[in-house]
Design a protein around this ligand. Structure first.
Ligand SMILES: NC(=O)c1ccc[n+]([C@@H]2O[C@H](COP(=O)([O-])OP(=O)(O)OC[C@H]3O[C@@H](n4cnc5c(N)ncnc54)[C@H](O)[C@@H]3O)[C@@H](O)[C@H]2O)c1
Length: 458
């Protein structure tokens, strides 16, 4: 019964999606003519649930709220509502998220086309709702795989934030679960929907810099510092389900710097800036290098630095080098001169006839004339998406592959994981991207997975 109901909603959305696409083609961008309103009737909207309404959860939620054919019907967070996120001005969690959704849809509510947004503490209650078509998973990395796999099994389409996985084995299991369920998955690698990034990768793929030799990536420094040396546990705040926040990770006593936003600096939940910002930088590298369905064959530490005490225990200075089968070298450095509060994730492609650099810091090229180069009709084009959420919603309706599909998200996250393992072990590792195993290194292979804390084995 549940499956039938989902198929019926999906067929409905698909038909509405085709009608909306045809109408959009006849009208100016972002303008929806009155005649299209039928396609935006409540039954034709994509019913969305936000799982994780923290720092990025609010950003993603606002982007979905701006899309007329999406409707957020549920929000979920283990935090009822508090400060303590990335910026002092942020007050996040499920109650503030519900409030924002209901304020934004006040007009729809008055018109009787929106019944309100429910707030949940347990994501399984969201997955059990038949009327939810898709979920956005915007929780710390150590939760991505469990939620994605269970959401796929529940038949939900998924927008999952980057880095796609916490370990390589999780990433592969996520890909398989999504394929088995036939659900659409968009990885939150939003630079795939940035025209300038795409243009830069198209220039590289079409040989404008000659033969590609080297890719230099640069990522930001730590932008937070936890308690140094010995630290004492703190009482868990009221309204925060800490045990569920820990979820599949090993249990440790609560400290405020462990959880909100700063989880990215502890190995149990994330991989530091290697995975946080590296997920963006290496994704661009993979795109331009046409290696997005594979990966490097060799990777080694190149002078990374790790803390020796304190709560935060991920690489503080990231430095590694890798080599692809086509001979292209990939290197990564922490940009110690960058402003810690800027999201630095740059990628420079160096070829025999020039270079191109892209990322949030800007778009640069040598020679400069590359910036005005035209990609011809018969050359390689890398898609058309200009809005990552819009692209996801369109793909939900048309059942097509989004701009950052799960396999590509997995391969980009893989580089983050390989890099952390190589920097941690401080030795050169040989990688088989087909078998997804290190060659002749059992100790390194053991770091490709982790057993989940009960009851979170999936
Ligand atoms: N695409 C981007 O540019 C971008 C930018 C920032 C963060 N991110 C990604 O978004 C994810 C979240 O990062 P953030 O900065 O928003 O972290 P955050 O700590 O600010 O927010 C995460 C939220 O998830 C909640 N949460 C944790 N476990 C939960 C569970 N089991 N069920 C429900 N809610 C749970 C937390 O309480 C918190 O409110 C990370 O994977 C991060 O890499 C992506």
């Amino acid at each position: 019964m549940k499956h039938e109901q989902q198929v019926t909603r999906r067929q409905f959305l698909r038909t509405a999606g085709k009608a909306a696409t045809a109408l959009a083609a006849m009208s100016a961008p972002h303008f929806i003519p009155a005649s299209a309103r039928g396609a935006l009737a409540p039954s034709n909207r994509v019913n969305l649930a936000m799982i994780g309404t923290g720092n990025q959860g609010f950003q993603d939620m606002k982007a979905f709220l701006a899309e007329a054919d999406a409707q957020i019907v549920a929000v979920c967070d283990v935090n009822r509502g508090s400060g303590g996120y990335r910026n002092v001005s942020q007050f996040c969690g499920r109650e503030p998220a519900k409030k924002l959704v209901e304020e934004t849809y006040a007009e729809r509510r008055r018109a009787g086309t929106f019944r309100g947004c429910d707030a949940y503490a347990d994501f399984r209650d969201v997955l059990a709702r038949r009327d939810v078509d898709a979920v956005a998973i915007v929780v710390p990395d150590h939760w991505h795989s469990v939620m994605t796999i269970l959401a796929a099994r529940a038949g939900k389409d998924i927008y999952c934030e980057k880095p796609l996985s916490y370990t390589l084995a999780e990433g592969r299991a996520m890909v398989e679960a999504a394929r088995a369920a036939g659900v659409v998955v968009q990885t939150g690698s939003h630079q795939r929907s940035r025209p300038l990034t795409r243009f830069g990768c198209e220039l590289v793929r079409n040989g404008r810099i000659g033969q590609l030799k080297r890719i230099e990536t640069r990522i930001g420094t730590w932008n937070r510092h936890g308690p140094p040396g010995e630290w004492s546990p703190m009482p868990v705040p009221d309204g925060f389900d800490y045990d569920t926040w820990i979820g599949p990770a090993p249990w440790e006593p609560y400290h405020k710097d462990r959880c909100l936003y700063t989880f990215r600096f502890m190995k149990d939940y994330s991989g530091g800036q290697t995975t946080n910002l590296g997920a963006h930088a290496f994704d661009m590298a993979q795109w331009g290098n046409n290696s997005e369905h594979t990966g490097p064959v060799e990777i080694e530490d190149d002078g990374s630095e790790w803390p020796t005490a304190g709560l935060f225990n991920v690489a503080k200075i990231v430095k590694f080098r890798a080599r692809y089968a086509n001979g292209v070298e990939l290197i990564c450095r922490t940009d110690t001169d960058s402003d810690p509060d800027r999201t630095v994730a740059q990628c420079r492609f160096i070829g025999t006839e020039g270079w191109i650099e892209m990322g949030a810091e800007g778009f640069f090229a040598e020679p400069e004339s590359l910036k005005t180069s035209i990609i011809g009709a018969n050359e390689i084009h890398l898609g058309t998406s200009t809005n990552h959420m819009r692209n996801f919603l369109d793909c939900v309706k048309t059942r097509t592959e989004p701009a950052a599909p799960i396999e590509i998200g997995h391969r980009s996250a893989t580089i983050c994981h390989l890099a952390n393992i190589a920097m941690w072990l401080k030795r050169k590792l040989r990688w088989d991207p087909v078998a997804e195993q290190f060659i002749g290194d059992d100790a390194a292979n053991r770091l490709l997975s982790r057993a989940n804390r009960a009851p979170w084995a999936v």
